[in-house]
Design a protein around this ligand. Structure first.
Ligand code: BTN
Length: 321
């Protein structure tokens, strides 16, 4: 049986009479339950004879977006929503080891120990970003597991564009940037066996509203609200899950070939001067991405060098002059 909150979330307004019939309770009991939800922090307007109207604002509680999912797998597994957690990637890894099915999702309002790439911290203040981790169990050879990172970047770029019209670019391998500043970071944590991928946790942090970027990072990082009225986070999430399912299918059936055209269109790295740091340090021009997702950079001596990990800075992007 639907709960009162689910009934309110599903429609613009629901009359007291309908609720009392559906839940088999008196009108007075309906009023009491509405009051109880208000006490929990839900904004519910009374509209006379029309009934009750839930003002959900920018909330991301699953009951608000689960009915709007347009996917077959992603978002249909175990779904965990927390107001506060240490890290949704850590939560999702734990659930993966407990047997959570592919398509499971952990999302939250704030992370107290959000994880970034290369052991960095990811600052995740309450209610201003989309902090979530998706579990996928793709049918990919372990060698091709890095392709999932491109799927996530492309899917989030599409999701943002669909929700608010902004067109983020992808800085190799998977940062999303707008106006040369990072708006989204992606962290994959995988469990890979000899012949198959067991699971991949795809953690994505999208800076949506002001307050999501710490002031000391303002030169390199931004949020969607710096460029346009911010979209509802749950709308971005539903778009992301749908696009991600599509890109994953393409990667499973055609490997890098299934993604390369979309990636080239959205890349702000290919064709640009880049500086590579980390295990190997050099500058050059980013010419292509190979079938396993490595960046091919022509160095100053004219040799093509393959960059798999390490930090790549792109001239004009995120503070690289
Ligand atoms: C990066 O350094 O660019 C990657 C940042 C990834 C942050 C996201 S937020 C949701 C998920 N949970 C985490 O602890 N990290 C990822």
């Amino acid at each position: 049986m639907q709960t009162l909150l689910e009934m309110l979330a599903a429609r613009e307004t629901v009359s007291g009479e309908e609720i009392s019939r559906a839940l088999g309770i008196s009108r007075a009991a309906v009023w009491k339950r509405v009051e109880a939800l208000r006490q929990e922090g839900w904004e519910i307007q009374s509209r006379g004879k029309l009934g009750y109207c839930l003002k959900a604002g920018d909330r991301i509680d699953p009951l608000l977006w689960l009915p709007r999912l347009q996917t077959e797998v992603l978002g249909h597994g175990w779904v965990h929503y927390a107001r506060e957690t240490a890290s949704t990637n850590a939560d999702m890894k734990r659930l993966a080891m407990e047997g959570a099915p592919g398509g499971s999702l952990c999302l939250c309002e704030t992370q107290t120990a959000g994880r970034g790439r290369i052991g960095r911290q990811w600052v995740s203040p309450p209610e201003v970003g989309l902090w979530q981790s998706l579990l996928v169990r793709p049918k990919l050879h372990p060698q091709n597991a890095p392709l999932v990172t491109f799927c996530a970047a492309l899917a989030m770029a599409d999701a943002v564009e669909e929700a608010c019209g902004l067109q983020p670019l992808v800085k190799w391998p998977n940062d999303l940037v707008l106006g040369g500043r990072k708006i989204c970071g992606i962290l994959l944590e995988a469990s890979v066996e000899m012949e198959a991928v067991d699971y991949i946790v795809v953690g994505v942090g999208l800076n949506v509203r002001r307050g999501s970027v710490p002031p000391e990072l303002a030169a390199q990082a931004a949020c969607l609200e710096d460029f346009a009225p911010p979209p509802l986070r749950r709308l971005v999430l539903v778009n992301y899950l749908r696009a991600m399912e599509d890109y994953l299918q393409r990667a499973e059936t055609a490997g890098w070939e299934g993604l390369s055209e979309s990636y080239a269109k959205k890349s702000c790295t290919l064709g640009q001067r880049v500086r590579v740091s980390g295990a190997q340090e050099f500058t050059g021009v980013a010419e292509a991405v190979d079938v396993q997702g490595a960046l091919l950079v022509r160095d100053e001596a004219g040799n093509i060098r393959r960059v798999m990990a390490g930090d790549v800075s792109v001239r004009g992007v995120m503070g690289y002059a």
